[in-house]
Design a protein around this ligand. Sequence first.
Ligand SMILES: O=C(O)CCC(=O)C(=O)O
Ligand SMILES: [Fe+2]
Length: 367
Amino acid sequence: MAPSFSCPNSLYDFVVKDGNGVKGMVDSGLKDVPERYIQPPQERINKLDSRPHEVPPIDMSKLNGPQHGQVVGDIVRAAETLGFFQVVNHGVPVELLESLKDAAHTFFSQLPEKKAAYRKRVSPSHNVKYGTSFVPEKEKALEWKDYISMVYESDEDALQFWPNECKEVALEYLKLSIKMVRNIVEILMGNLGVKLDESKIEGLIGMRMVNMNYYPTCPNPELTVGVGRHSDMGTLTVLLQDGIGGLYVKVEQEHEAAKEGEYWMEIPPIPGALVINIGDTLQILSNGRYRSAEHRVRTTSTQSRVSVPVFTVPKPTEKIGPLPEVVKKDGAARYREVVFQDYMNNFFGNAHEGKKTLDFARIATSS
Ligand SMILES: O=C(O)CCC(=O)C(=O)O
Ligand SMILES: [Fe+2]
């Protein structure tokens, strides 16, 4: 039985602790946004305030032809500015992208108890976790999102423990995405004058996970967020979004007057394309040359949205700091060296708050 959603504690227990998720709450016939989901005015997303991202997607197949140099230039420029770009001919078949979106809908349309079986502490595997919002216990306003997260350890582990509804397609997607991620990491490092051997690249993307995000319909999208402002912690994220839209990236133009130079841009869904974004790790390694992208997601009132990110992040034991080649050129390191596990603990220990996560590694300057 659904509880009274006007009582914050019983709502929290129903959605978070019992694992019914936002979907369970919406399915019980919710008419208004509960207090616990109402964002403070400054965090709400006004659709009319944003501008569309009109840069065409990068054709990855052209890396193997005469336009190689131009494609490399496009990737580097995107990584240095917006931190976001879209790609086509990326090596992940379009049919697989369709199957992934279907699998996400199939997984989340199951009965709540099926999904709740993967909650933290009860999940049969430490690599699989179903949850809602980001860190609900730390958040004043919860995010309008449920998710399942699957960390890759081995094929055997994935096929044994990842949910049947999505394991095969998720595994195939992860493997094909990783090939592209390797290419992009090599390009970005090459541009910094750094040649990383296989073991170093592996260190930077040695931990991989596929998430499936589900954003149920919301009675009033003006008041909520699907995901609040954040940057991803890892090296690169590959993201499949469906056709609904609602993914926004912050644009900061450093040379314009402070506030005027800051606005949000929507990354429009492009059929067959994948979205790539730069994570904090690449910002640290490049001593700030590449920018992790601050982004957020809006909810909609008419259709539930799904997205499927592959996160590539360093192994927890890896030490991450600005690359010596870059520090030498720049004259000083802007970030200290951190053990990635510590960075990750800080990342998951706080509610989303834009790019504040990077402060954990930033070296304070006196000026
Ligand atoms: O749903 C999206 O489009 C983005 C999700 C996201 O930013 C994340 O899972 O880190
Ligand atoms: Fe993200």
